[in-house]
Design a protein around this ligand. Structure first.
Ligand SMILES: Nc1ncnc2c1ncn2[C@@H]1O[C@H](COP(=O)(O)OP(=O)(O)OP(=O)(O)O)[C@@H](O)[C@H]1O
Length: 218
């Protein structure tokens, strides 16, 4: 489904990740683990490029959520489908959503527990609520693949397991950078550990043991 064959990934100078060889098959749920700066976002960005080149429909949850602060939660969710339509239809949707569009966006907000916040401007929401708007936008977009950069980092720990389950049910294939090893264990089929721009391990989730976690974060 997605393949990087010896790619050097970086930002112009020395590569952040050199000679990356990675194949992700349909149905895999990959957790990227590693300290801050280890290269998770860089890898996700390259995988997004590879997915676009293959014409896959991808839902994204970027690290900073990338919402429009002045617009309501509902309108931010509607943006998940903007590139499905032309400019006129999009303007109409954002100014005055049709009843079916509004109902569909509300249903996705309900999946992340944000029904009461639907008409509130995103700038007035908490960090965790903003992140849930970004998750609802990804659900609204749908697709064969979700790429997420710490998509559960700001939500209440009691909610993050349930939200991971919502994502698992909604997307056949997923690649998520995660900071929480427990969530990675519950969500992923495969875990990749990055340390200082290197793949420390790439394993079925059942093989992730304490020694490897210590090597990654210790
Ligand atoms: N736009 C950029 N220009 C130059 N260097 C960058 C850029 N973005 C990231 N880097 C560098 O690339 C390396 C890997 O960063 P990356 O954001 O991929 O790590 P990360 O594992 O996602 O970290 P975090 O968990 O903090 O988001 C770091 O050394 C970082 O400073």
């Amino acid at each position: 489904m997605l393949r990087l064959d010896g790619a050097d990934l970086g930002y112009g100078g020395a590569p952040v990740l050199a000679d990356v060889r990675l194949h992700v098959a349909p149905g895999e749920r990959v957790a990227l683990l590693g300290r801050s700066g280890s290269g998770k976002s860089t890898l996700l960005s390259a995988l997004h490029g590879a997915a676009q080149a293959r014409g896959l429909r991808v839902a994204l949850v970027p690290q900073d959520a990338a919402l429009v602060p002045q617009l309501s939660a509902l309108r931010n969710v509607l943006m998940g489908r903007l590139d499905d339509h032309g400019a006129w239809r999009n303007l109409r949707t954002l100014v005055r959503p049709s009843a079916p569009d509004r109902a569909a966006a509300l249903a996705d907000l309900a999946r992340v527990g944000l029904t009461p916040e639907a008409d509130r401007a995103v700038e007035g929401l908490s960090g965790g609520q903003k992140q849930r708007v970004a998750l609802a936008r990804a659900l609204h977009r749908g697709g064969e693949l979700i790429l997420g950069d710490e998509p559960l980092s700001a939500v209440d720990p009691r909610q993050s397991g349930a939200l991971a389950e919502v994502l698992r049910a909604a997307f056949p294939t997923a690649i998520l950078a995660l900071h929480d090893v427990a969530i990675a264990r519950a969500f992923a089929t495969r875990v990749i550990g990055l340390r200082q721009g290197r793949f420390l391990f790439d394993l079925p989730v059942g093989d992730l043991d304490a020694t490897r976690i210590e090597a990654l974060y210790g």
